[in-house]
Design a protein around this ligand. Structure first.
Ligand SMILES: Nc1ncnc2c1ncn2[C@@H]1O[C@H](COP(=O)(O)OP(=O)(O)OP(=O)(O)O)[C@@H](O)[C@H]1O
Ligand SMILES: CC(=O)N[C@H]1[C@@H]2OC[C@@H](O2)[C@@H](O)[C@@H]1O[C@H](C)C(=O)O
Length: 370
């Protein structure tokens, strides 16, 4: 391992995330010693081309075989292109693309070859962040919570607050910023809330050939089917105590529920399901949060934001209200986590993934081997 990286002091870390919505690679720089955030650096985005997206989609839910290998190649090329322009980088955090996630069964699979990326970029790369946590009995997700804790400190937050990430799947982090470290008992509670944008995206693709319900325009024209919403909330997942996590397609039944509805009513109902799942999840939080800061693409959907605000007893705001970048928070998270892994610090704990004890997962690959 590179000496400078293992030592204390602030590093310039570059994180890369390819999320469940399969839109592209987000990349962002964070300056950190693995504990505090000293600053945020430049960011970038490399979209997946339609043919690349089709390859990734074909591999979703698979654990091995030609489709998985092809998806790995797409991820490797896209990440190299997304990351090669950044300068002065000490270390890279490479999440890869989740293809399958079944922590209590077959495990969790993120494709992407971190050793090859380290060689190509000439920079140490931390990757395979989730496997050790799963091996230790954890859910392997969500992993952003340790970074959310650092963000709460960076903001100077004094009261409990939540970060809510609305990508393909939703995940929430409840934070007590009065605690001194993220692994301290009571500092964090995190879990996946339920499906977020993935079912709406799938509906738009199936019925309209579109990637998303932009601005919630279609949902705004529809009426929520309350009976179906109740049926959705009857799913066992919502009664389960956190920590808990989901695969992108675990809630395929939500899409089935709305099959008989008009396009607009189906969009409205699926959007309401995302918001209702969050409200349900909030019941697990140890204390009511002062505010919920929303990150991920869902914060751009005003219909969803209104439904969220209607279901929660606190301020619901995009993370920009706290001076953060909601398009880059996950990429920044993996930059931050990379430094922690390289320095032997934990990246998850019982409150975030249900792992037996705080653990720092990940492989560190340095250019030229190992
Ligand atoms: N203007 C918008 N209007 C409505 N929805 C939007 C808008 N912009 C983004 N979204 C939704 O947000 C999604 C992308 O969110 P994001 O980039 O946070 O996902 P991700 O990081 O891939 O997912 P995950 O966090 O689950 O891994 C889009 O697929 C779309 O559903
Ligand atoms: C297995 C996996 O890739 N999970 C993702 C996914 O996307 C959102 C939600 O489901 C969250 O659990 C996680 O990502 C975020 C970045 C996390 O680990 O915090």
């Amino acid at each position: 391992m590179n000496e400078a990286i293992a030592r204390t002091g602030v590093l310039r870390a570059l994180g890369a995330m390819s999320g469940t919505s399969l839109d592209g690679v987000d990349a962002a720089v964070v300056e950190t010693d693995g504990i505090g955030i000293s600053g945020f650096g430049p960011s970038g985005y490399r979209t997946y081309l339609p043919q690349e997206r089709a390859i990734l989609r074909a591999a979703l839910g698979r654990w091995e075989g030609a489709e998985v290998d092809l998806a790995g190649d797409v991820v490797d090329v896209a990440h190299f292109e997304a990351l090669k322009e950044f300068e002065g980088v000490d270390i890279v955090g490479f999440h890869g693309q989740t293809l399958a996630h079944d922590p209590r069964g077959r495990g969790t699979l993120q494709v992407g070859d971190g050793a090859a990326l380290a060689g190509a970029l000439g920079v140490p790369v931390v990757w395979d962040f989730r496997s050790d946590d799963v091996r230790m009995g954890g859910e392997g997700a969500p992993l952003a919570p340790f970074f959310h804790f650092a963000c709460a400190k960076w903001m100077g937050a004094e009261n409990p607050l939540c970060f809510l990430n609305l990508g393909g799947v939703g995940n929430i982090t409840w934070i007590d910023p009065a605690r001194s470290a993220p692994e301290e008992p009571g500092a964090l509670l995190a879990f996946d809330t339920g499906p977020a944008n993935a079912p709406v995206n799938d509906l738009m693709m199936a019925r309209r050939g579109l990637e998303m319900d932009e601005g919630g325009a279609l949902a705004a024209q529809g009426t929520v089917a309350e009976g179906l919403l109740e049926e959705f909330l009857g799913a066992r997942y919502f009664a389960r105590m956190p920590p808990k996590s989901l695969d992108r397609n675990d809630f395929a039944f939500a899409s089935k529920l709305v099959e008989g509805l008009s396009d607009a009513d189906a969009a409205a109902t699926l959007t309401a399901m995302c918001a209702a799942a969050v409200a349900r999840g909030m019941e697990h939080c140890p204390k009511p949060p002062a505010r919920v800061l929303v990150t991920g693409g869902g914060r751009r959907n005003p219909v969803l934001m209104e439904m969220l605000a209607a279901g929660l007893d606190c301020a619901v705001e995009p993370v920009e209200a706290a001076g953060l970048d909601g398009d880059m928070l996950e990429a920044q998270a993996f930059a931050y986590l990379a430094v922690r892994v390289a320095r032997g610090m934990p990246t998850s704990c019982p409150g975030t993934t249900g792992v037996r004890a705080a653990v720092g997962g990940g492989i560190v690959s340095v250019p030229g081997g190992g």
